[in-house]
Design a protein around this ligand. Sequence first.
Ligand code: FES
Length: 281
Amino acid sequence: MNASRGVALALAVSIAGSLALVVIYVVGGSIQQQGIGLALALGGVGTAIVIWAVALIEAPIEIEERHSFATGREHAVVVDSGTGTQEISRRRFLARLLAGAVGILGAALVMPAFSLGPQPGTDLFRTAWRRGLRLVDLGNRPIRPDDLVADSVTTVFPEGFVGRPDSQTLLIKVSPSDLALPSDRAAWAPEGCVAYSKVCTHAGCPVGLYRAKEHLLLCPCHQSTFDVLRGATPIFGPAARPLPQLPMEVDADGYLVALGDFPEPIGPGFWDMTHTPADGG
Ligand code: FES
């Protein structure tokens, strides 16, 4: 088989692989089948390029004798009827085949874009917490400050959203005199109750350990440690941002209620930005 046929065959395999990849994707074939199609598509193009390059590199070096620049009648006849025309048409055919293979492969690689879900919009910047929603435990029971034992920690959710991952919150009761919150948050801790997002600001693990004696919250994943008395400021570990604090108060019936959503996005580093007025936060 000469080089031209090898290139043509490899490109034909690539085109078949790309088409198979599209068909398998559309009919919902397995990842393994899609992988085989992609391997054929990429492998075909790669093989064609290698054969082409090797054929060019190994082309014999021919030194043409210098001759008169005048184009004689005899020479013109040779060009018109010689193998040059055939070689040009073959190259053109292979170039078109290569362009087709690369084009179909490109189209096949765009297909996975249709698997992307809807845009998240502002969902990543908001949780279910809203003004007036009561804090409830896993049993959907609303909570009064008096229900809490000093130095205890309880996982709470907004009423009606029990179990929602982005809204899980740690409710801790400490002595009000021990608190050293930023001045603009002093009113967010009625009767010494403070509430922080349970989603770690490092990589999103649930912050589940509380060392009551030191008033420290620990994330079990990479040991980030947050100071509960000082607004859950990180004092150790990779987390660089405090756990967002939930603004809350006690309602007329004596239950803890949220004053709104967390003031900052919860969770890891990407969300290390505050709400903008456009977000409505
Ligand atoms: S996810 Fe919490 S410290 Fe890494």
